[in-house]
Write a protein that binds this ligand. Structure first.
Ligand SMILES: [Zn+2]
Length: 459
């Protein structure tokens, strides 16, 4: 284990140097939303990758460029890890709420404050610095490492899918590693294996071409509010089960490994309830996590019809509308579910229109918990940090990760490095420098663990 200690000490010894890189990168604005400084930032980042021991190049897309880099282990059979991150940032406004200017990074209380610190510059740099530590101590990392750092994640990654599709050979890898988002609020490390998808739907019903008197026309004029209510009531039952024919066809069954992982997650009904403004969560831990991570959800986010102002207005409304977002789980897809939903609604009431909001929604993706890379990664994180990571089978929210399995055919794993209170997208965004430093240590150990698993033939 001499090597491990040597590597750790080497990274410890370069703390100040690494923080200087970090500050420089944050000081370069890169606001993709209004094309401010993004190209300059790409150039700066590519330069840093070269200095840290990788080859690098700036690759154009239809939008902002991708900074691509790679470093070879020198072994043709080595494991290849593709590290994805994004160097663009959210607009910093409102400026008056920042305690120091967003692009003049400042260290206070052991944290670096500035736009883009946690989301995502500090996290992507950690991978590059881990590579540098390996290069300096051993001549090369024990695995091949590729970097894809995109410049328009904060604008919805509109060109990432095309970029990956056009560069399949260049990007070929065994695993994609994504460090974005935050660790567990307790400070414990996390492994994130996936996310739900989302499909936005509007159901709209129309009756007469105007609102009608509910006395004079009640019973003869059609009421679109009732049309929608009947459709909705036959679409989801009171337990939340979705009644659309074939809706669950592709939902994976829950495995033993999944249940074991869930059993190790924290669960406090009162504390979890408080995060939603409820006195408590009225379900078991297993049910709670299954519902958030592994099951789809059909949500009504808004209902609109008729008159709800002061006093009363006795009308039959002419129109009713409901906004729906369907949270999907892995192997469900937009192309499969939308036609099924349209058929379902048409069978109940053909007068109700099904309108899709957004093109294609966002697809779910999830790496199976028993994928052979997960155990060595979890072990490496525990070695680096002294704390075992929680494994998040899937986050409830939606992310554009399906591009990795969907377009590149490679599974993905997330290991967030930022502190839970990083304030990303908000004023006073920051990254705890201990988190940054531990991120570098963690990446360095993860590279080693993947190399060892490859040598042992398990990966
Ligand atoms: Zn962000």
């Amino acid at each position: 284990m001499k090597d491990e200690i040597q590597l750790r000490d080497h990274i410890d010894g370069r703390r100040d140097e690494f923080v200087d890189y970090f500050k420089n990168l944050v000081s370069q604005p890169s606001i993709s939303a209004r094309d401010e400084g993004v190209t300059e930032c790409a150039e700066m980042l590519a330069g840093m990758l070269t200095e840290l021991g990788a080859t690098s190049r700036i690759m154009p897309t239809k939008g902002q460029p991708v900074v691509y880099g790679e470093v070879s282990s020198g072994d043709p059979d080595a494991f290849t890890l593709l590290c994805y991150g994004h160097y663009d940032v959210q607009p910093p406004e409102p400026l008056e709420l920042w305690d120091s200017p967003p692009f003049e990074p400042e260290i206070r209380d052991g944290r670096l404050f500035g736009r883009g610190t946690g989301d995502n510059k500090g996290q992507l740099l950690a991978h590059a610095m881990a590579v540098s530590a390996w290069v300096e101590t051993s001549g090369a990392p024990p695995i091949n490492v590729k970097f894809v750092f995109e410049g328009e994640e904060e604008s919805g990654s509109p060109n990432l899918g095309d970029f990956v599709a056009q560069n399949r050979e260049l990007l070929a890898a065994d695993l994609v590693l994504i460090s974005d988002g935050t660790m567990h609020p307790s400070g414990a490390p996390l492994i994130s294996l996936g996310n739900r998808g989302v499909i936005g739907i509007t159901l709209r019903a129309r009756g007469a071409d105007r609102d009608n008197h509910s006395g004079n026309k009640g019973g003869v004029a059609p009421n679109p509010a009732w049309m929608l209510i009947h459709v909705l009531a036959r679409t989801v039952d009171p337990s939340g089960r979705i009644l659309v024919d074939g809706f669950y066809d592709h939902v994976r069954s829950v495995g033993d490994t999944d249940l074991q992982i869930i059993s190790r997650l924290p669960f406090d009904p009162e504390e979890f309830g408080a995060t939603m403004g409820l006195p408590r969560v009225d379900m078991s831990k297993e049910e709670y996590y299954r519902k958030i991570m592994l099951e789809p959800y059909f949500n009504i986010s808004g209902l609109k019809s008729g008159y709800t102002g002061p006093g009363s207005k006795t009308i039959i409304p002419s129109e009713a509308e409901v906004r729906i977002d369907i949270r999907t789980v892995v192997d469900q897809s937009f192309d499969d579910l939308v036609p099924k939903l349209k058929r379902h609604v048409a069978e109940i009431d053909p007068r109700v229109e099904v309108l899709v909001r957004g093109i294609g929604g966002m697809e779910p993706s999830r790496t199976p918990a028993d994928h052979p890379a997960i155990a060595p990664i979890a072990e490496a994180i525990e070695r680096a940090r002294g704390t075992a990571p929680y494994i998040n089978l899937s986050s409830g929210g939606s992310l554009p990760n399906s591009v990795w399995p969907g377009v590149l055919g490679v599974p993905h794993v997330g290991i967030p490095y930022a502190n839970a209170d990083e304030n990303n997208h908000s004023p006073n965004e920051n990254m705890d420098l201990e988190c940054f430093h531990m991120g570098i240590q963690t990446s360095a150990r993860v590279f080693e663990a993947l190399a060892r698993a490859r040598r042992a033939g398990t990966l």
